[in-house]
Each structure stands twice: as C-alpha cells, then as structure tokens.
Design a binder for this molecule. Structure first.
Ligand SMILES: [Fe+2]
Ligand SMILES: [Fe+2]
Length: 371
C-alpha cells in the first residue's frame, strides 16, 4: 500500500512537471493539463509544494542510508550527485564556477585585510560555493531545467518556458531546504556551519530588500550576515547572470556585462566589498583603486545599488560606455585569473572533487567573454 502511494506521488510529481515543461501540445494545453492533474489529486496549488517536499524528503532518506560523517564523505557524495549521468551538468558547471569565484573573493578579501576575513578559509569557501546549489539535485529535473530548455545533439528540443508562481516558490525554497538537510547529514561544527550558511543563505540580498528579485529567506539582511555568506551571494550572482546558466537577461552577454551589473547593484543586492574583491581578483588593480572607483560608478542621482528595472538598464548601458569602467574591466589579467583557478583546482582535487578546470563554463573564458 505504502509502495503504491509513493509510486503515485512520484508519478504525480514527474508527470506534472514533465507535462508543463515539455508542453508538446502547445502553450494553451499546459495549464489545462496542469489543472486536470491538480484536480485529480488535490484542489489547491500548495498541494504541489507538499508533494514536492515529500519527494525531496524521500530522496534525502535514500541518501541518508550509509553516509559517513565528515567533510570528505560530504564531498564524495556531492560529487557523485553532481556527476550523475550528466543529469545535472548545468548545475554542476554553475556550482564549479561559484566555487572558484568564492575562492577568488575570499582570497582577495583576506589579502586586503577586509574586516571579517581574518577567520575566513578560502578553501572552505570553494567547497561552500560548489555545494551552494546541491539542493537542486534533490528536485525533479524537469523543474530545474524548465526555464533553460533542453538541448540535444540534434538541436533544441524544448525552448524553455517561464515557471509558474508556485514552481518558482518551490524552486526557491526547496533547493535551500534540501541543501541544508543534506549537508547536515554529514556532520556539525564550525566548518559545517560555514557550509550551511553558504548553502542556506546565498540568496539573501545585501540590504535584505529593495531588490528586483526577492531576498530569501526574507528575515535576513545580508549586511548583518558573515562575510562568507556575502561572498556566496556575490559569486552566485556573477555566475547566474552570465549566459549558459539559468537566467537569460538579454543584456548580459559577457563577464564584463555581469561585472557592470554587479557594480550597478552593489550596495543593494551585493556587498560592495565583495564586488571590489572580485574585481581585484580578476583585474590588475589594487583594492584602493577599485574602492576609489566604485563610488564614481554610483548613479548620478546618488543611488548606490539600483532596484528599478528601467533605471538599471539605462544606467547599465551608460556604465558600459564609461571610459573609466571600460578601462577597469579591460585590464583583466588572464594570468592572475588562471593562477586562482589553478590553485582552486589543485585544492579541489586534493579533497576529492574531480578536476574543475575542464568543467568550468567559465563565463570568463566563453565566447561571450571575448566580445
Ligand atoms: Fe541557489
Ligand atoms: Fe546558484
């Protein structure tokens, strides 16, 4: 009986996501199919949240069997999950990128003596960055790839569709919930707390509100949180806004654009000191140079960090034509970046992650970055 129920839940979650995702009969049919399925099992949308939660719980239970305690078993298990039959290749690449970006920001923050960086371990930040979205591997695949679409050797078989409100909510909260529960399976202590912070709080905005996208969990303000959380947020932002991942903002076609975007929202979404540290990490500049330049990039209206979409687009365009900004981003020091990436890779391999240099999408190296 129990087996049948579990099977039914699995069938429901998969069928529902697959139908609304693949949408083979045209957009008009998807909501209808979704409605029929909802009606068949429940009368309200929150039921989907409940069912997905149970699906995640079941996956976590499967994982719980036979896991060891400690950082190494956690890394081995996470690598196994991310490598699973290429199923999570986009998540894997994004996670690897966030890991390296976190490593760069943490190393730079330490180098410059940024307050709060004394206790920081860049290597742990690398692991935290790689693990930050591990919770997504516990969600139905169709949901994770819904907006991105599906590409095959023969071309694009599914263009991708916008998530519904309830799907977005599930995606946002469940990947954090699953990630935290997963990391907790492997141990406790100071190092685990750093990882848990990075996994559970990497969507908290620096000022906690006034952002284009919601800050969640909403009860926090990034500025009150430890540096490693603000690092995870910044690294995640820089990777997520670039092409080939989840978001597809039309105006972001290179890492330079992503940096311009980060500069535009520094002070509101992102910690300016983390943005500065990233800039010094991939550009041949000192922290003082960048810190002196950042206020110059403040919107002429005096707003630091812009939350209004139209204003943001306008300012972003202006910023991209600013000679001082162009000089800043064009002075990218590839050798410096490789140095960080190599160090991160050596450490990742020494703790059991497979080589990440080859797996990095690296917005910084992709074709758009050269544009
Ligand atoms: Fe996330
Ligand atoms: Fe992410």
């Amino acid at each position: 009986m129990l087996r049948n129920r579990e099977l039914l839940i699995k069938l429901f979650v998969y069928t529902n996501y697959l139908m609304i995702t693949t949408n083979h009969k045209g957009p008009a049919h998807a909501p209808l199919l979704q409605t029929v399925l909802f009606r068949a099992f429940s009368r309200s949308e929150p039921a989907l949240e409940g069912l997905t939660r149970r699906y995640v719980e079941r996956k976590l239970k499967e994982e719980e069997n036979g896991v060891g305690r400690g950082l190494r078993p956690l890394i081995c298990s996470a690598v196994e999950r991310l490598n699973e039959q290429k199923k999570w290749q986009y998540t894997r690449r994004h996670c690897a990128e966030v890991g390296v970006y976190s490593y760069i920001i943490a190393s730079e923050a330490k180098r410059w003596g940024v307050p709060g960086a004394e206790e920081l371990d860049p290597k742990l930040c690398l692991i935290g960055g790689i693990l930050h979205d591990i919770g997504k591997t516990f969600l139905p695949l169709a949901l994770v790839i819904k907006e991105r679409g599906v590409e095959t050797f023969f071309g694009k078989v599914f263009e991708g569709r916008q998530m519904t409100g309830v799907e977005r909510r599930i995606m946002r909260y469940e990947h954090l919930h699953a990630g935290i529960r997963y990391v907790k399976l492997f141990g406790t202590g100071q190092r685990f707390n750093v990882l848990l912070d990075m996994v559970g709080l990497h969507h908290v905005m620096y000022d906690g509100q006034h952002s284009l996208v919601p800050s969640y969990p909403s009860r926090f303000n990034g500025r009150d949180l430890p540096l490693h959380v603000r690092i995870a947020k910044t690294a995640d932002f820089l990777s997520a806004v670039c092409p080939r991942h989840y978001r597809r903002d039309q105006w972001i076609v290179s890492l330079h654009d992503a940096i311009a975007y980060a500069v535009t929202v520094a002070g509101r979404e992102l910690d300016p000191i983390c943005v500065s540290s990233f800039l010094t990490g991939v550009h041949n500049r000192t922290l003082t140079d960048v810190m002196e330049m950042l206020p110059h990039f403040k919107h002429p209206g005096g707003r630091m960090g812009i939350s209004d979409q139209d204003l943001l687009c306008r300012y972003l365009l202006e910023l991209k034509q600013d000679p001082e900004f162009l000089e800043l981003v064009k002075s990218r020091d590839q050798a410096r970046f490789w140095q960080y990436q190599k160090r991160a890779d050596v450490y990742a391999r020494s703790v059991g992650f497979p080589t990440i240099v080859g797996s990095l999408p690296l917005s910084i190296n992709n074709k758009y970055a050269q544009a």
